[in-house]
Design a protein around this ligand. Structure first.
Ligand code: AMP
Ligand code: TRP
Length: 326
């Protein structure tokens, strides 16, 4: 059995990009692997958070994990700050990372753009992510495309420690889906769909009601050509919508193109609205049932115990190999 690890930040507005790039894979993987799914609250404080909102969002993500189909009987669900090994290992890995490689991370460059000085946590963020993964001897890390560079860095750090200190870490592999790995913003298909964009119609959040879903899709940016053809370079708007259609329906892009030949964007968008509404309905229903239960907190407490037991073993090995303690 392979070990799977991934995480989502509790920053609100979890959207269909998060779902199609990451959460959908989490569910698919849980029958054949030992899966650990984390709510990475320590990552979210790299930018300022309102403490009350943060706590709310942590429980929201936990409930969403279960609402999309992650089964706590099969997978471990827990909150990152409940297991101290993440921060501890992160420091040890920081001492085995280079400022040069961290400065090359595109996410850091984007997030620190235009600032004279950025929070140091934004800079070392990928090291904490590497610690998350390596702490559990993870083999597979299901994520969206935007995390590719961070996974590469994690592999580099693991290989470096294995070669220069002692063989300590499993070198993990990223897992990316073809159709959902990079969902673009509906109002601007040149940037990825994000939780923090100001325009709410740039994304479809998993808890959006049917009216909002319809509005966001019907006003999504396309082009003036009117032909439903997959061409991300020349026709990024409609290509993004086709990707979303394909990821939700399971139909190939070729089949979608064929069945909409001669039809207009209006018809296509209307059908897409139905597909997305149908996919979101059970998630919303499950979420509302789970979110307010005491069971949710119990699951996180138990998850932290299980994750903590694995982490403790790894930390013992790490400290021994590095000569820390006595
Ligand atoms: P985050 O919200 O940054 O914690 O991301 C959670 C997961 O969703 C990560 O695996 C991301 O790679 C993935 N993700 C975020 N935005 C998108 C997007 N627009 N398209 C596909 N996957 C995404
Ligand atoms: N950095 C990831 C993101 O922003 C979230 C994350 C943190 C993660 N730790 C992880 C993903 C470990 C996979 C594995 O999307």
């Amino acid at each position: 059995m392979k070990r799977v690890f991934s995480g989502v930040q509790p920053t609100g507005n979890i959207h269909i990009g998060n779902y199609l790039g990451a959460l959908k894979q989490f569910v698919e993987l849980q029958d054949e692997n030992q899966c650990i799914y984390c709510i990475v609250d320590l990552h979210s404080i790299t930018v300022p958070q309102d403490p009350r909102e943060l706590r709310k969002h942590i429980l929201d993500v936990a409930a969403l994990y279960m609402a999309v189909g992650i089964d706590p009987e099969k997978s471990i669900i827990f909150v990152q700050s409940d297991v101290s090994g993440h921060a501890e290992l992160s420091w040890i890995l920081t001492c085995n990372s280079y400022t040069g490689e961290l400065s090359r991370m595109t996410q850091f460059k984007d997030k620190s753009k235009g600032r004279e000085s950025a929070p140091a946590g934004l800079f070392t963020y990928p090291i904490l992510m590497a610690a998350d993964i390596l702490l559990y001897d993870s083999d597979i890390v299901p994520v969206g495309n935007d995390q590719k560079q961070h996974i590469e860095l994690c592999r580099d750090i693991a290989i470096r420690v294995n070669n220069t200190v002692k063989k300590t870490f499993v070198v993990p592999e990223g897992r990316f889906l073809k159709a959902g790995a990079r969902i673009m913003a509906l109002d601007d298909p040149s940037s990825k769909m994000s939780k923090s964009a100001e325009n709410i119609h740039s994304r479809i959040s998993l808890l959006d009601d049917d009216g909002k879903i319809k509005k966001s899709i019907m006003r999504a940016t396309t082009d003036s050509e009117g032909e439903i053809r997959f061409d991300p370079e020349a026709k990024p708007g409609i290509s993004n919508l086709m990707n979303i259609y394909s990821a939700f329906s399971g139909e190939s892009l070729e089949d979608i193109q064929t069945s909409y030949s001669g039809k207009g964007y209006g018809d296509f968008k209307k059908d897409l609205v139905g597909i997305v509404q149908e996919a979101m309905a059970p998630i919303k229903k499950n979420f509302n049932e789970i979110r307010e239960t005491q069971e949710l907190k119990d699951i996180l407490t138990l998850g932290a115990e299980k994750a903590g037991a694995i982490a403790e073993k790894t930390m013992k090995r790490v400290k021994e190999n590095f000569g820390l303690g006595f």
